[in-house]
Ligand binder design. Structure first.
Ligand SMILES: Cc1ncc(COP(=O)(O)O)c(C=O)c1O
Length: 391
């Protein structure tokens, strides 16, 4: 029999992550099996007609999916969770579950760009109006609420420019007017920001990032509170969303080490961010965990830690110089993801419609992986020498 402590509320977060959903493992093993199933058979007509068994059809759940979803719901502190085949699929499924023609969506201006495209293309075609709002709106969001505002969507920190939102104030204002509050909680891994304690109804993650943690699978999660669960689950099942069993297994496997990985990502990211802040070539470091950084006081109030993702604004310099910095890097690769064990960097141009981006110099987004920070600093130091030589 696999041990699965029952009195879970008293356990520390690291213990809960290590032991969550172990009831789905069998034969004394600590991991659940990977069930690859479409057909699930029934022993007799009564069981079939009255659905008297736990598992009825591959898409409707297996012990592998239930183990992963149960573990994520416990991590997030939500009522229940469903897995989607990518983070973007999790976002679109959650929005489609609650929005209908004629509804209004308040979407944060700093949202992950492909989610913005989903609103501008698909939701628009379906007759849903989207208004983008300033990530720093806080309780002032009340002024943007309309009679038909059905969903208020947050992402904190914001994609690329890392604005920390006052989620409790936004949630209070939104819920006072009967809207549902959704949050993209990917940056915190669900570990360092407890969405439901802060007033959210739905917490979404691109599990592709820190839950999977090893850059070898795509996965999304939608965790709901009790009041939103039935409606979400019904839409999820009706639309036929599910995730592959091998990927769900990998995501659960990755989750087991979330606590130690996040701690190391944070420690190394703080070391690098502080070093970068002292560089003459750097205008601003956008990492809320740094004292005096934008959003630091809200981060300190609402988060219990930080991940390894942050951005920086360079002093104005030409494309040739930035290219010289980036092209010669040894340890940092260029790639549009994060949350894995490897360090990454990408240049970006902020795209905003509700607010103006004030930064003048080129922007870089950095993911600090699990390599030793001294080696990462040496790599960037050599990059800055190339940047200066090419300026
Ligand atoms: C904040 C955020 N949310 C959602 C996603 C989408 O996740 P996926 O790539 O798994 O679709 C990403 C991907 O980069 C992201 O950065």
């Amino acid at each position: 029999m696999t041990k699965h402590p029952k009195d879970r509320a008293t356990l520390k977060p690291a213990t809960r992550i290590a032991t969550a959903a172990r009831q789905y493992a069998e034969h004394g093993m600590v991991n659940p099996a990977v069930y690859r199933a479409s057909t699930i058979t029934f022993p007799d007509v009564d069981t079939l007609v009255n659905r008297k068994q736990d598992y009825v059809y591959g898409r409707r759940g297996t012990p592998t999916s239930r183990a992963f979803e149960t573990a994520v719901a416990e991590l997030e502190g939500g009522h229940a969770c469903k897995a989607a085949p990518s983070g973007l699929a999790a976002i679109s499924t959650a929005l489609l579950a609650f929005l209908s023609a004629g509804d209004h969506l308040l979407m944060v201006d700093t949202v992950y760009h492909p989610a913005r495209e989903f609103c501008d293309k698909v939701l628009k075609r379906l007759g849903v109006e989207t208004t983008y709002y300033d990530p720093l709106a806080g309780g002032g969001i009340a002024r943007l609420m309309k009679a038909n505002t059905r969903v208020v969507y947050c992402e904190s920190p914001g994609s690329q420019t890392m604005e920390i939102q006052d989620v409790p104030a936004i949630a209070e204002a939104a819920r006072a007017k009967g809207a549902i509050v959704m949050l993209d909680n990917t940056w915190s891994g669900g570990h360092y920001f407890k969405a439901f304690e802060k007033g959210c109804d739905i917490s979404i993650q691109a599990a592709t990032k820190y839950l999977v943690g090893h850059s070898d699978a795509m996965m999304g999660t939608v965790t709901c509170n009790a009041r939103t669960w039935e409606q979400f689950k019904d839409a999820y099942e009706t639309m036929g969303v599910f995730a592959g069993p091998d990927d769900m297994y990998l995501a659960l496997r990755g989750m087991r080490t979330l606590d130690v990985r996040m701690e190391r990502h944070m420690k190394s990211a703080i070391t690098l961010a502080e070093w970068l802040r002292g560089r003459a070539e750097v205008e601003t470091v956008l990492y809320p965990a740094l004292s005096n950084a934008p959003g630091h006081s809200l981060w300190k109030r609402d988060f219990s830690g930080a991940s390894g993702l942050f951005s920086l604004v360079l002093k104005p310099v030409g494309v040739k110089a930035v290219t010289a910095l980036l092209d010669g890097l040894d340890l940092f690769s260029m790639g549009y993801s994060w949350g894995g064990y490897e360090s990454l960097v990408v240049p970006f141009k902020p795209h905003r419609t509700a607010t103006d981006w004030k930064g003048e110099g080129p922007c870089l987004r950095i993911h600090v992986g699990l390599e030793h920070p001294d080696d990462l600093i040496a790599d960037l130091d050599a990059g800055f020498a190339r940047l200066r030589a090419a300026s």
